[in-house]
Write a protein that binds this ligand. Structure first.
Ligand code: UFG
Length: 323
């Protein structure tokens, strides 16, 4: 199929583009490079540097690419930043995303695959979390993604634009070629790995008094290649709806750090800090629906496999995509 991928120069987008190409699809990447990197775009893809706020450019790019499917990753995705600057999140993730939906309809595209997040649920009453739990986001980032989910519902109803929306849990790991490089890094695994890379003296734990066995937050880490594979399955005609993507295993922050120590073979000094605002204590997915309805089967479900792939990538690219 021909795929038009927004945000294909970002972390998850870059690996998804690589996997789409490996599976024989044709890919056009549309990215403004505000968060992404030109070096993260697979050289087999067509690259367009453009902004979703520029509706004529979006429409023209889609016309030129004539895709059967749009895969939409482009978004701002920092919870903390969204609490300080909600307008940025509603503008970029909702309003500018709407340009893409209108362009999809105008150009006759029939399928849309969307990167949503478990942040649309807010703190859950039960884990593992299924797709039918109430969605009560506690930050503008989660709210913006939920708003876009609602737009998708109406565009499918009214315009027949079929969608699959994936609610990611914690994406981590790397492919051989592409990995995680954010200009401002807030994520746990890349921050912990800065210590064995020699770029930090210690890592930080945000909160040690949560109601969890070791007092630190629990998350469900999912390999970025497994996320990418789900997008390919979603492109199969007739597949639609909302799906969680996670492994169904929870690891605490301390467990992640000790896995990093094992994988790197080095002690990683830790500083304990207060809680980070907006962090739910425990998020674990049930991805049963994706397994049953899409036939999705993670290839790298274990945390040490996920961390090992990240470590290999960071060792080869200690400065990420910066030359
Ligand atoms: N953490 C630390 N030290 C760090 C970084 C993170 O202790 O240096 C902790 C966090 O406080 C949190 C856990 O590690 O408890 C995981 O934090 P991440 O920032 O790696 O990931 P989040 O769970 O906060 O965020 C992820 C996605 C978001 C998504 C969110 C849903 O990155 O896009 O899950 O809750 F919205």
């Amino acid at each position: 199929m021909k795929a038009f991928v927004t945000g294909g120069a970002g972390y998850i987008g870059s690996v998804c583009v690589e996997e789409l190409l490996n599976a024989g699809h044709e890919v056009t990447v549309f990215d403004n490079l505000s968060e992404g990197h030109r070096g993260a775009v697979d050289n087999r893809a067509v690259f367009i540097q453009g902004r979703l706020s520029d509706e004529p450019a979006v429409t023209q790019s889609i016309k030129d690419a004539s895709p059967e499917v749009i895969v939409h990753f482009a978004a701002n995705a920092l919870v903390g930043e969204s609490m300080a600057n909600p307008g940025k999140y509603f503008r970029n993730n909702v309003a500018h995303g709407l340009n893409l939906l209108d362009a999809a309809v105008a150009c006759g595209v029939r399928k849309f695959v969307f990167s949503s997040t478990c942040a649309t649920y807010g703190p859950p009453e039960t884990v593992p979390m299924t797709e039918d739990l109430p969605q009560r986001p506690i930050n503008p980032y989660g709210e913006s993604k939920l708003m876009f989910e609602r737009l998708l519902h109406w565009y499918q109803e009214i315009h027949g634009l079929q969608f699959v929306a994936f609610r990611y849990f914690n994406a981590a790991g790397a492919s051989m070629q592409f990995g995680e490089h954010h200009r401002i890094e807030t994520h746990l695994i890349p921050n912990v790995l800065k210590v064995p890379l020699g770029q930090a003296a210690h890592c930080e734990i945000f909160g040690t008094d949560y109601p969890t066995p070791d007092g630190t937050c629990i998350r469900d880490y999912i390999h970025v290649i497994d996320l990418a594979q789900a997008h390919i399955l979603a492109m199969t005609p007739g597949k639609r709806g909302f799906f969680n993507l996670g492994n169904g295993d929870g690891y605490s922050v301390r467990e992640v750090i000790s896995t990093c120590e094992k994988v790197c073979g080095r002690k990683i000094p830790v500083i304990e800090k207060p809680r980070r605002p907006g962090d739910p204590p425990k998020l674990i997915a049930s991805a049963e629906k994706a397994r049953v309805e899409l036939g999705w089967e993670p290839q790298f479900p274990k945390l040490d496999q996920i961390v090992a792939s990240a470590w290999e990538w960071h060792k080869k690219h200690p400065n990420g995509y910066t030359a």
